[in-house]
Write a protein that binds this ligand. Structure first.
Ligand code: G4P
Length: 194
């Protein structure tokens, strides 16, 4: 998605060989116009799939997921990372280990918002090692719903999440795939191939 890649180039900050900071439009401040275009792109990519629900994970997945949900006219559910006071019974939960943060967190979704007849699209902001997506897939399976695919805003192609998921036959659509952040420079996958 060219407009996204331009934005990453213009505003992304390479913090190290593995971390890209995009706080000005995705992870802190949000660019609603760009999120709308991202939502349209996901809606177009998954148009034929009969999707009934989008699932994401708080907090940075919520903006792109909501825009896709608006355009696809379906509800958006976000997995919570902290137990809510009002969220106690009828919960699906999964453990998510973050290699980046070296900690395990418990994510949960209320059984009220995911049903066995749902066809689910997972949307998230970053795909690194794929652990957050695997946690969401675990929850979808517990609910007996069907996973249709995964939509990612920025995939870090040099980490193994994309391969891990695609190897299992899961459809993963990433709007920008970063193949390298070495020497402070963002390189996207297709540029390497060109
Ligand atoms: P994984 O789920 O793919 O295995 O990812 P990982 O544990 O490595 O990532 C932990 C958190 O860091 C996630 O956000 C993820 O989106 C984010 N992240 C991973 N790599 C990058 C990166 O290069 N740049 C940025 N900006 N974020 C990255 P989170 O903790 O859930 O945060 P949030 O959704 O509340 O913002």
């Amino acid at each position: 998605m060219q407009v996204l890649k331009h934005k990453i180039r213009a505003e992304g900050k390479v913090l190290s060989d593995t971390v890209l900071k995009v706080d000005s439009f995705l992870n802190h401040q949000i660019d609603p116009q760009l999120m709308k275009e991202i939502g349209q792109e996901f809606a177009e990519l998954f148009r034929e799939e009969g999707i009934t629900k989008i699932i994401t994970i708080e907090s940075s997945g919520i903006a792109p997921a909501t825009m896709a949900g608006l355009i696809m006219d379906i509800p958006v559910v976000f997995a919570r990372k902290r137990k809510s006071l009002t969220l106690s019974k009828n919960l699906y939960s999964a453990s998510v280990y973050s290699f980046t943060k070296k900690e395990t967190s418990e994510i949960s979704v209320s059984g009220d918002f995911i049903q066995p007849d749902d066809v689910v699209l997972i949307i998230d902001d970053f795909l690194a090692n794929g652990q957050a997506v695997l946690g969401l897939i675990d929850i979808i399976e517990q609910a007996g719903a069907r996973l249709s695919g995964v939509g990612i805003v920025i995939e870090k192609g040099f980490q193994n999440g994309g391969e891990l998921l695609r190897k299992q036959g899961i459809r993963v659509e990433s709007l920008a795939i970063v193949s390298s952040l070495e020497n402070g420079k963002v390189v996207f996958t297709e540029e390497e191939q060109a």
